[in-house]
Write a protein that binds this ligand. Structure first.
Ligand SMILES: Nc1ncnc2c1ncn2[C@@H]1O[C@H](COP(=O)(O)OP(=O)(O)O)[C@@H](O)[C@H]1O
Ligand SMILES: [Mg+2]
Length: 273
């Protein structure tokens, strides 16, 4: 049927899905330093999206702007079409944008299970009006055990956090984030401090738990281990001096001449391309 006969377009082409999170001209200056400088970023729902770039590129500042921990000098942050730029960090967390815990935010003298339960309870986005206090407590305990199973920590659920080896503490941070059932996980170098040989396994776990859940997560990962980033990401954004230098699939980024010249050749010599 032609357009002339019906007065309509012959094909219905659905527009690309709106991004779950978007920034427009996002900037943050520290005095004269443009730590984040006019970043237009789009995050698709369900994607595992990594941000790479050398030290000082502005990656942590950018994540802080997304989570509301820092406020921009200019520009906007839009979550599901809603301008959240001026919301305080705790309101942004309640919307389902979760930031990884640093181990300093856990209670070392409580058990692994209690820490995860407290993380689940802290956000309290559930509608529990009809449940008694005791029933709610039970729901959180069950959720905590489920999450501990998923990250492989159920066996140490009753151990004190202070007694855990470093690798398990990193798993605990992930568990606490998962317990909050966020839609978006912002992870800033979650493998910091892990031995090189532990990194691929840990990141595979992150990818697996993000993808396997009934309610699949969207992940923004800042990570410097390039082979991990290349193998796990759906999309990669490259930051350089506060700006986005390139964005694309791992193959596109690996083939991008500018990125290669700027980074991959010299700074990321662990990657064979
Ligand atoms: N609170 C701050 N005050 C002043 N300068 C800062 C602050 N936070 C970050 N910077 C500067 O902003 C730039 C970007 O830092 P950062 O976002 O931490 O980069 P990355 O995470 O990519 O290493 C760096 O030059 C850093 O020194
Ligand atoms: Mg950083």
């Amino acid at each position: 049927m032609s357009e002339g006969e019906t007065g309509q377009l012959p094909l219905e082409i659905s527009p690309p899905a709106a991004p779950i999170l978007e920034t427009q001209g996002l900037s943050r200056y520290f005095g004269g330093l443009k730590a984040v400088d006019g970043v237009d970023f789009k995050l698709s729902s369900g994607d595992f999206h990594s941000i790479i770039g050398p030290n000082g590129a502005g990656k942590t500042t950018f994540l802080n702007l997304l989570s509301g921990v820092l406020k921009p000098t200019q520009g906007k942050v839009i979550f599901k079409g809603q301008d959240i730029t001026h919301l305080p960090a705790h309101r942004i967390a309640h919307l389902g944008i979760g930031r990884s815990y640093q181990i300093t935010n856990v209670f070392p003298n409580l058990t692994v299970l209690e820490n995860v339960r407290l993380a689940a309870q802290a956000l309290g986005r559930d509608n529990f009006k009809l449940l008694t206090h005791y029933q709610r407590f039970d729901v959180y305990i069950q959720r905590a055990w489920r999450v501990l199973e998923r990250v492989g920590l159920a066996g140490v659920g009753h151990s004190l956090v202070s007694s855990l080896p470093h690798g398990d503490k990193r798993r605990l941070e992930l568990a606490m984030l998962l317990a909050q059932d966020n839609e978006i996980l912002l992870l800033d170098e979650p493998t910091a401090g892990l031995a090189t040989e532990q990194v691929p396994e840990f990141m595979s776990l992150v990818k697996e738990v993000a993808a396997s859940a009934q309610n699949r997560k969207t992940v923004v990962l800042v990570e410097h281990n390039m082979s991990v980033v290349m193998s796990l990401s759906d999309r990669i954004s490259v930051m350089h001096q506060g700006r986005l230098l390139a964005e694309g699939t791992p193959a596109e980024i690996a083939a991008n001449q500018t990125v290669q010249e700027a980074y991959l050749g010299s700074l990321y010599s662990d990657l064979d391309i």
